[in-house]
Design a protein around this ligand. Sequence first.
Ligand SMILES: Nc1ncnc2c1ncn2[C@@H]1O[C@H](COP(=O)(O)OP(=O)(O)OP(=O)(O)O)[C@@H](O)[C@H]1O
Length: 624
Amino acid sequence: MDRVRLLPVDRLAVPEWAKASAEVASAGLLRSMRAVPSVVATIGALAWRASRVLTATAVVLQVVSGAVTAFGLLATTQVFTALLQDSPTPQRLSASLPVLAVVVAAVAARAFLDSAVSAVEASLRPAVARSAEDAVTAAAARVSLISFEDAEFQELVRRASSDGLEAIASSVRSATQLISAVVSMTAAVVAAAVIDPRLAVVLALAAAADGWASVRASRLGRWHFLDTVTRRMTKSVVAEAATARRFAVERHALVLRERLLREHRALTADLAREETRLARRTALVRLAGRAVSGVGTAAAYGVLVLLLWTGSLPLGVAGTAVLAVRAASAALTACLRTVDLIHESAPEVELHARLLTEAARRAERRTGSTAPADPAVIRLTAVSFAYPGQHRPAVRDVDLTIRRGQVIALVGENGSGKTTLAKLITGLYPAGGGTVHWDDVDVAAADPDTVHERVAVIAQAPAEWPMTAEHAIRIGRHDKRVPDAHWHHALTASGADEVLAALPDGPDTVLSRRFHNGQDLSGGQWQRIAIARGIYRAAPILVADEPTAALDAKAEARVFAALRAAGTNRTTILVTHRLANVRTADWIVVMDRGRIVEQGTHDHLHAAEGHYHDLYETQARAYR
Ligand SMILES: Nc1ncnc2c1ncn2[C@@H]1O[C@H](COP(=O)(O)OP(=O)(O)OP(=O)(O)O)[C@@H](O)[C@H]1O
């Protein structure tokens, strides 16, 4: 069997987000504890916002529960003291009965309060999750368009909406458990200290070892996660390549299925071996923890016996001490575990606040200034633009004037900056340097919605809107009633009329294969729908970015005729490599490596025998 490696697993770098786990894995208990207040505060604030009543109820129940526990323990001392009196048994029993009833009532109350806390937490968790999810979705939806080009921000959105929300939901439980454990422990320690302060020391001894073992085991789990994270990611990439629809045709045609399966199996076996190794090491650590804990508990009881022996602790009090030791031990172990869990989820919980802050910074600002409804002149002055995280500008030092009603063609080689320039002209992307004016309004200072209202875009890779065919066309003007003359024009000019006629339910056909009666379209059919959507939007500025790349010759001719026929009502920015179609454009702008290298009419540029002439002649030769 060949050892298939489509990805160089051993050389893949651990992603940035996973590195936070290394920090958690190497942290000591004190560092873990320092992470707790901020997580508990974040969760508390989210809970308070989600439901004040439930949050307040949870806190009150926890405090009452602690008070009842302490009270119960103190009352137990009375029971023991009554039982251990120097008198006949029936008398001792009857003397202890009233306090015994109090102890039983305290135990019952504690059980009831614990259930109530669980019930409140069960209602609070989904409420917090819902409110956090709503905040994340709203924040991510309201950012400016350019934010979607920023890979780091996109990664933050992705992680805050998956890992972040999960961590918040689980931290609600951890925070409740931590508070519960702290309250129980405080109750036991307070009760012990009231009886005899030396007992408080005894309690700490007994609980420490078990807590150490549980923290150590979870550290092992985290190192294991770091060791295997790139292999897990590779496995999921391979699984996707082996099963996802978007790879299906090439997967079959390239006869890749068995290779992918073999790689998937090899990775799965490798990870399974690591899991087994981890399970073995964890079991050993837990065993060691139990052993040390046993010694700790023995030491605690030893101290108790010593106190009894020396007569410095009455027998009745010692009985209560045993109960307090057990309660505190369980509470301290739970406490350490939850501290560890909270520290572990801290980086993910923190994503929530980070996303909200970052999204607020990137939110489309409202300036109150309105873009002109139908600009007569669009003027770019020394415009430059670099994509987020890129040093090299995609567009540099562009000066350009466009007049209403013109068809402007942007031409040039792949990557020369045509699409980017079209987005700058239409105010979809903000200029990094220089200015874009629509009449006398600086587009950067106008409310983005008022700018977008004036623009229709036929994108290079149009969105395949998963809705009915009719709505996929109407979506840019859903306030208008169809059918009207404009609707028919959009359908016939784009050739979408033929697409609708061929669909099983016509315009009502759902364009998504996720639904049983849904339908997918061919590339050219999707493009016709996108062109119809662009024309139907009837905006004063239309950007058509490679609108006919997937169209047949007849449909292409129809579309270009329609774009040219828009007349003085519409300014059209046409990005295309089909130079035969730009001959009739009013103005041709030739781009090379982000700069405008030539501009003019076809005749003028062709006669100049420069860059445009070369591009044009190369294509024309192929037809001659
Ligand atoms: N989202 C992005 N992030 C980073 N760089 C980008 C992004 N989109 C485009 N670029 C870069 O910006 C430059 C201009 O790209 P643009 O898409 O404007 O070119 P184009 O002329 O429209 O190309 P094509 O003819 O291939 O469509 C290219 O170097 C490209 O690699």
